[in-house]
Design a protein around this ligand. Structure first.
Ligand SMILES: C[S@@+](CC[C@H](N)C(=O)[O-])C[C@H]1O[C@@H](n2cnc3c(N)ncnc32)[C@H](O)[C@@H]1O
Ligand code: SF4
Length: 451
């Protein structure tokens, strides 16, 4: 069946990116602290756990940015924040009652690359004191290339960083001006070379489509430049324009944004170029060289989706540290306090800064599983749901048959074995996944476009 793209696009409604289920707006206020207390105390020593540390500061403010971050021209708030992070790491250790093994540590933001050597040093010491970190632990950092100085590289070396994710977005000057993000190709190329010589052996580059003033030609040029840097992975995200949530996005002129059909065509062309360069397509927005761990996990059906996007990390416990960070404890989510000042006050008072949270009911767990498999594998195997959830799976399999049969847009097909999303419909996987989201219809939340 050939898809009627225009019909699908004009019928789409705003839906979540499904980096969790239930999604963060459906966590309950105040529920987080009790969950964090209970779950941290029962984690097994050799788990392992994955750690996420959030740095909600940037020394520039890009107008497209949808992240939890604050612009600062002074470094002092960052130092104060790192003090609080160090305190939270110790509180988590105390609550766990043991030194948990960390399989992965990821620093995200904001811009963790704006940390200076003393703060890298403090965090490295705090982490190694409270968690078991060794040469097997993968340590990754998100990097804004405009931050990188020899001191940053020393800091990354000291932390033992093995992976980095570099923000590019778009190399075109007119687009960069429209999003307030000047960043030359030369500067980015130098940072890539410096990171590689520092021992960072795996690199990801983030690029965006749907940005103001982007044209097909401009995006093609950007993708060509990204490919010339030879990253192991590429994330190609659609710009989420949510000015009602992110006030600074009002600096972007709506008339400069590509229309819905242009966004789709841009995404498709960029994906074609990246695939033609030998990268495997991973999920809805990632690409990886075939020998990269993410590509191997995707081929083996072992891909997962969490707050950082797609991951090959098999660990089902993610401890989020820092303001706004989200933890996942297998069948419960907890989000930390979002405003940095309140977060700092809580940890300095000796309290875990957990705030919102949700314990997944069996219904949530089954729906989360179905949504994750559709987003990762573009398929949902009925026997897989049954193996996982036993007889409870039956009504969900019936629901899936009903929801995906006679799909008038051709986004899904039902066979005796399960649901599949045809190759051509993969960009619309979020739409298929949303059919199993029990919270969506009652949702007051406004999300961004699905494609
Ligand atoms: C925390 S930022 C990356 C690190 C660093 N601060 C930088 O900008 O280079 C993570 C990524 O989120 C993506 N991103 C940020 N705002 C977005 C938005 N509104 N829509 C889609 N992706 C967005 C960008 O591709 C960005 O590189
Ligand atoms: S895109 Fe990165 S550097 Fe720009 S404001 Fe957002 S987090 Fe900061």
């Amino acid at each position: 069946m050939t898809l009627n793209i225009d019909a699908i696009l004009s019928n789409q409604r705003a839906i979540p990116r499904y980096t969790s289920y239930p999604t963060a707006p459906h966590f309950a206020d105040q529920a987080g602290l009790a969950i964090a207390h209970e779950r941290l105390a029962t984690l097994p020593e050799n788990g392992p756990v994955s750690l996420y540390l959030h740095v909600p500061y940037c020394d520039r403010l890009c107008w497209f940015c949808g992240c939890h971050t604050k612009h600062t021209l002074k470094y002092e708030p960052v130092q104060r924040y790192v003090e609080a992070l160090v305190a939270e790491i110790a509180l988590a250790r105390e609550r766990a009652g043991k030194r948990l093994r960390a399989g992965q540590v990821h620093f995200g933001g904001g811009s963790p690359s704006m940390l200076r050597l003393p703060e890298f040093d403090r965090l490295s010491t705090a982490l190694r004191t409270s968690f078991l970190i060794d040469e097997k632990t993968e340590i990754s950092v998100e990097i804004d290339p405009s931050d990188v100085t020899p001191e940053t590289l020393d800091g990354l070396r000291l932390l033992g960083v093995t992976r980095a994710s570099i923000g590019v977005q778009d190399f075109d000057e007119a687009v960069q001006k429209a999003i307030n993000r000047p960043q030359t190709y030369g500067q980015t190329r130098d940072v890539v070379a410096e990171l590689r010589s520092t021992g960072v052996d795996s690199l990801n580059i983030d690029a965006l489509y749907g940005l103001p003033l982007q044209t097909l030609e401009r995006l093609e040029t950007t993708i060509g430049k990204v490919l010339s840097l030879g990253p192991d992975r590429i994330a190609l995200f659609g710009y989420a324009h949510v000015p009602w949530l992110k006030k600074h996005q009002t600096m972007i002129r709506e008339q400069d944004l590509p229309g819905t059909r242009a966004r789709f065509d841009h995404a498709r062309r960029a994906a074609e170029l990246i695939s033609a360069a030998g990268y495997d397509r991973i999920g809805i927005d990632h690409f990886a060289k075939p020998d990269d761990g993410l590509a191997k996990a995707a081929r083996a059906g072992r891909l997962h989706r969490n707050f950082q996007g797609y991951t090959a990390d098999p660990c089902r416990t993610l401890v989020g540290l820092g303001a706004s960070s989200i933890s996942f404890y297998g069948n419960a989510y907890v989000q930390n306090i979002v405003p940095t000042s309140q977060y700092e006050t809580a940890v300095h008072a000796g309290t875990l800064p957990a705030m919102r949270g949700v314990r997944l009911t069996l219904d949530d767990q089954i729906r989360a599983f179905m949504i994750e498999r559709l987003m990762c594998d573009f398929a949902l195997s009925f026997s897989h749901i049954e193996r996982r959830f036993g007889s409870a799976a039956r009504s969900y399999i019936a629901e899936a048959r009903l929801a995906c049969a006679n799909d008038r847009f051709g986004l899904s097909e039902v066979t005796g074995h399960g649901v599949t999303i045809p190759d051509e419909a993969r960009p619309f996987a979020r739409i298929v996944a949303s059919r199993f989201d029990a919270y969506l219809s009652e949702s007051w939340v406004r999300y961004s476009k699905a494609v």
